[in-house]
Design a protein around this ligand. Structure first.
Ligand code: SF4
Ligand code: SF4
Length: 121
C-alpha cells in the first residue's frame, strides 16, 4: 500500500520528503517543470516501497502510511496521489483539480497553519 501526502503539504511543499525517498517516487521535484504549478507533492502509488523514510522527514506531518489511515477529511487526496504521474500533463491537471476542490471545500482546514493542520484533521 502506498504512502499518501495530504493537505499540510499545501503551503509548505519544501521537498524534505523527496530528499530522503530511496526510490525517487515523490514528485514533482524542484528540478521538474511541474513543480512551479502544483499545489502540493504526490507519491507515485506503484513506485512507493513503503519504507517509511518520508514520514519523519515531513515537518508538517502530511504523510500517512496507507490510504486506509488517511483521515476522512483527506480522502479525496488519496485519489489525487493515485492519479498523479510526473510528465503526464493530463494526470497532473486532474490531480490538481482534486486538490483545488479540496481547498475550496475545506476552508476551515486551510485557515489553520500547515504545521498545525494535521492536528485539525
Ligand atoms: S514510504 Fe519510502 S518509498 Fe514511499 S514515498 Fe515514502 S520514502 Fe518514498
Ligand atoms: S516533506 Fe511534507 S510538506 Fe514537505 S514536500 Fe514532503 S509532504 Fe510536503
Amino acid at each position: 500500500m502506498p504512502f499518501i501526502i495530504t493537505d499540510p503539504c499545501i503551503g509548505t511543499k519544501d521537498t524534505a520528503c523527496v530528499d530522503v525517498c530511496p526510490v525517487d517516487c515523490i514528485h514533482p521535484r524542484k528540478d521538474e517543470a511541474e513543480f512551479a504549478t502544483t499545489t502540493m507533492l504526490y507519491i507515485h502509488p506503484e513506485e512507493c516501497i513503503d519504507c517509511g523514510a518520508c514520514v519523519p522527514a515531513c515537518p508538517v506531518t502530511a504523510i500517512y502510511d496507507s490510504p486506509e489511515s488517511v483521515p476522512a477529511s483527506q480522502k479525496e487526496l488519496v485519489d489525487a496521489n493515485t492519479i498523479f504521474r510526473i510528465g503526464d500533463a493530463d494526470a497532473v491537471a486532474k490531480a490538481e483539480a482534486i486538490v483545488q476542490q479540496h481547498v475550496q471545500s475545506h476552508g476551515d482546514l486551510m485557515a489553520v497553519a500547515p504545521a498545525e493542520r494535521a492536528g485539525a484533521h
